[in-house]
Design a protein around this ligand. Structure first.
Ligand code: NDP
Length: 329
């Protein structure tokens, strides 16, 4: 069995020496497992994370272990009901020719529906990523502008095309003219911005009505350029920040990659949007807590309207202690 192992953890950009290639005996499927011969192996950005032992949402690949990855291929032997030699499957495991995989982790696919490799891309994890992220977070509505970074890539291609299907203006961000031409010409995005050029000016021209949904695949300079152009009630789908995966030390400022790793939801709001419509319910509940002694409050009462300016100046510096109010004389 030809295998690619992780030899050591890369510092910054991975190098070939971080991997080891070896021949090993093919695995024997245990009860409930299926032996899969890989025809295609998917290579994906998340694998950079698995090579590192930094705390993340998934366990790292151990040193000396087969690199993690999904394959599509065919069943050569089966000890699980529902799978027979010759079946075409998605879900083989690792950077290796043969893998023994629990049947529950395999999807049988019909090889006549689409080319097998598509089950690792548009019909696979990246396509599913695009579809789920738009449905759950992006929620594009007809007429909105959707910007997608790494637009010519596995996830980005699908995001922009779904946005078009939903009636949006789709704007890609990609590196270089060939990729940008593909994104507009082949994929049918309305525009594509080359992140090697003047991002700010290009984004302004491509998004005259601002940006309603930003699909973040990249981070770095692209994120910085897109962020100030988001419209009111815009949504940012935090999918990945590949531009920063090889960083050896953290960049200054908050790192929004935590949104991906920890599935954070960061959402702003303005109380007046819909708060006062709920004032009655709020007031009743709050009065109850106050009466029951479950709510305490502290006020900082300043005497006289003349004291208001100084008190206000102090508020911005922490001179108040509790809710600042003026007792009007
Ligand atoms: P792609 O096929 O898009 O390949 C990566 C692309 O990223 C490159 O082609 C390049 O495109 C772009 N890129 C790389 N480095 C930089 C950089 N320094 N600055 C700007 N662009 C850069 O990969 P995928 O579609 O598989 O993945 C895209 C993103 O989605 C990744 O961040 C990945 O981690 C994330 N992801 C997240 C998932 C999730 O569940 N949250 C699932 C799957 C993927 P270009 O030359 O155009 O810049």
């Amino acid at each position: 069995n030809l295998q690619v192992l992780l030899r050591r953890r890369p510092q910054g950009e991975p190098t070939p020496d971080d991997f080891e290639i070896r021949e090993a005996p093919a695995p024997e499927p245990a009860e409930g497992e299926v032996l899969v011969r890989a025809r295609f192996l998917s290579l994906d950005p998340y694998m950079r994370g698995r090579m590192s032992d930094a705390k993340s949402y998934a366990k790292p690949v151990e040193i000396g272990a087969v690199m993690e990855g999904q394959t599509a291929g065919e069943v050569v032997a089966s000890r699980a009901p529902g799978f027979a030699p010759g079946d075409t499957v998605l879900g083989g495991f690792g950077w290796q020719r043969f893998s023994a995989v629990p049947a529950a982790r395999l999807f049988k696919v019909d090889p006549d529906e689409a080319p097998l490799s598509a089950s690792l891309g548009v019909l696979g994890m990246p396509g599913l990523t695009a579809w789920v992220g738009l449905e759950d977070i992006g929620q594009p509505k007809a007429g909105e502008t959707v910007v997608v970074s790494a637009a010519s890539g596995a996830v980005g291609q699908v995001v922009g095309q779904i946005a078009k299907i939903r009636g949006c203006r789709a704007v890609g961000v990609a590196g270089g003219k060939a990729k940008c031409d593909f994104v507009t010409g082949e994929l049918g995005f309305d525009a594509c911005v080359d992140h090697r050029g003047d991002l700010k000016a290009q984004l302004e021209a491509a998004c005259p009505d601002g940006i309603d949904v930003y699909w973040e695949n990249v981070g770095g300079a692209v994120q910085a350029a897109v962020f100030p152009r988001l419209n009111d009630f815009g949504r940012m789908v935090m999918c990945g920040m590949i531009a920063e995966y090889n960083d050896a030390s953290p960049r200054p400022g908050p790192n929004l990659m935590a949104c991906v790793r920890k599935r954070l939801r960061i959402q702003g709001f303005i109380v007046s949007d819909s708060g006062w419509q709920r004032y009655g319910r709020f007031r009743a509940e709050m009065l109850g807590w106050m009466r029951d002694g479950r709510m305490r409050w502290r006020e900082d009462v300043v005497d006289g309207l003349r004291a208001a300016p100084q008190a206000f100046i102090g508020l911005l510096k922490g001179a108040n202690f509790g809710k600042l109010v003026v007792r009007v004389d």
